[in-house]
Design a protein around this ligand. Structure first.
Ligand SMILES: *Cc1c(COP(=O)(O)O)cnc(C)c1O
Length: 426
């Protein structure tokens, strides 16, 4: 059987397939650039693994306290070398991205210190960490002050507002690279460089934290290469390569990372305790695969953007725009279209492909949310997935795809479901 015959069996009609191929024929150069960046990032990861003499003994499980866990310590040096930082904390005890961010913030802020967010409102789950929504154990409860500078309407940093917001109290600056569930543009590492340069020129002792979720390996450099003191993310997104079943990372200066380790375990214990529980093979191999997995997700995002843009939908970023994360927002304009799109993504999944996603209420959201995900790791959003709150402008957030052929099939089936519902005409 040919590929196209199998696609037809999976439900992709010849018309949708032809439309997809015609869109793809215009993307050769974009894909080549994505692959060239993956090659660079793969070389960075390989060089770090070789430098640190990774070997089979590093994959052994440890239990209990995890003293002298060479595998864990070596993995943390590999991360530090890839991010070009003095130190890194990479562990299953950092249970998710939000936890890694909460540890980084609470470890490096003391009562009376001010946290200054300069890329606008942080990701939803951080509202309770900071205490923007009252919450037990929030930073606000411990007397940490918060101030926020929004991005300018064009999505760039408001440098003059940042300059005047910095005072003696300012201790830590928060920058979020990815847009999260907002429609603002994602921030490039070059833009981050510019804002860090300004902040450090005013007070070089202010610590800069960058929420790097969904940004790892999308560009040739990371926020840690342009002066961030802490670069933080989740292992069930890009750097876990789809294999890590849990975890987070904080890469940064020794001063900041040491404090994170004391906050994560206990003062006096720090980085020296924390058993790996047998997860290191997935952490190492996932990090090894992460550059090409990220490239697969990027190809899928560019394909989705180009296909839906050609059909007249608004897409963020636009198909031709440079990318700084793996998220693709598509304004579908109706609940019906969101459901059809998500049904197609779900239908392409290796797991739970027979399930029909429907909108449902979710804690923390003011509208029902629809989610399509058929993932090997629960909640993993580097695996092919789509979701969004069902309210105007009815935007769906498409992301992930461990392999390019899977992402391609997902986009084709989303188009098919939209066409079957009479929502698009090819
Ligand atoms: C996913 C995400 C987080 C939180 O990560 P979790 O692992 O879901 O807790 C934080 N910030 C951004 C920008 C994200 O995309």
């Amino acid at each position: 059987m040919t590929t196209n015959e199998i696609y037809q069996e999976l439900g992709v009609s010849p018309a949708v397939l032809a439309f997809g191929e015609s869109v793809l024929s215009g993307l050769t150069e974009r894909f080549a650039a994505i692959d060239a960046n993956a090659e660079l990032c793969q070389a960075k990861v390989l060089a770090a693994m070789q430098k640190n003499r990774v070997n089979a003994t590093h994959f052994a499980a440890s239990t209990g306290y995890g003293y002298d866990d060479e595998g864990r310590d070596t993995l943390e040096r590999v991360y530090a070398d890839v991010f070009h930082t003095e130190a890194a904390l990479v562990r299953p005890q950092l249970v998710c991205g939000t936890h890694a961010l909460a540890v980084a913030l609470s470890a490096n802020l003391l009562p009376g210190d001010e946290l200054l967010a300069v890329s606008g409102k942080p990701y939803d789950t951080l509202e309770e960490v900071i205490g923007l929504r009252p919450s037990p154990c929030s930073l606000a409860e411990y007397g940490i002050l918060y101030r926020q500078i929004d991005l300018l309407p064009d999505g760039s940093f408001d440098l003059s507002a940042i300059r005047s917001a910095i005072t003696k109290k300012t201790k830590l600056v928060h920058i979020q690279r990815s847009k999260g569930y907002q429609t603002r543009p994602t921030i490039s590492v070059e833009q981050i460089r510019e804002s860090i340069r300004l902040i450090k020129s005013i007070r070089c002792d202010i610590d800069i934290l960058v929420d790097n979720c969904y940004g790892e390996f999308v560009e040739s450099i990371e926020p840690s290469d342009v002066g961030a003191d802490m670069t933080v993310g989740s292992l069930i997104k890009n750097p876990g390569g789809g294999l890590a079943p849990i975890g987070g990372y904080i890469a940064g200066t020794k001063k900041c990372v040491d404090r994170c380790a004391y906050r994560l375990s206990a003062p006096g214990l720090g980085q020296e305790v924390g058993a790996n529980l047998g997860l290191l093979p997935s952490f190492y191999q996932g990090f090894f695969l992460a550059p090409t997995v990220t490239a697969a997700a990027l190809r899928g995002a560019v394909f989705a953007a180009a296909a839906y843009e050609r059909l007249g939908f608004r897409v963020y970023p636009a198909a031709s725009e440079e990318r700084h994360d793996v998220i693709q927002a598509i304004e579908l304009g109706s609940e019906e279209a969101m459901c059809a799109f998500c049904k197609g993504i779900q239908q392409a999944a290796p797991v739970d492909s027979y399930v029909t996603p429907v909108p449902a209420p979710m804690p923390g959201y003011d509208a029902p949310v629809i989610m399509a995900a058929g993932a090997f790791v629960q909640g993993s959003s580097i695996e092919l997935s789509a979701d969004g709150p069902v309210r105007p402008p009815y935007a769906v957030y498409y992301q992930g795809g461990l392999t390019w052929p899977h992402a391609k099939l997902g986009v084709l089936l989303s188009l098919q479901r939209m066409r079957d519902a009479g929502l698009i005409h090819l």
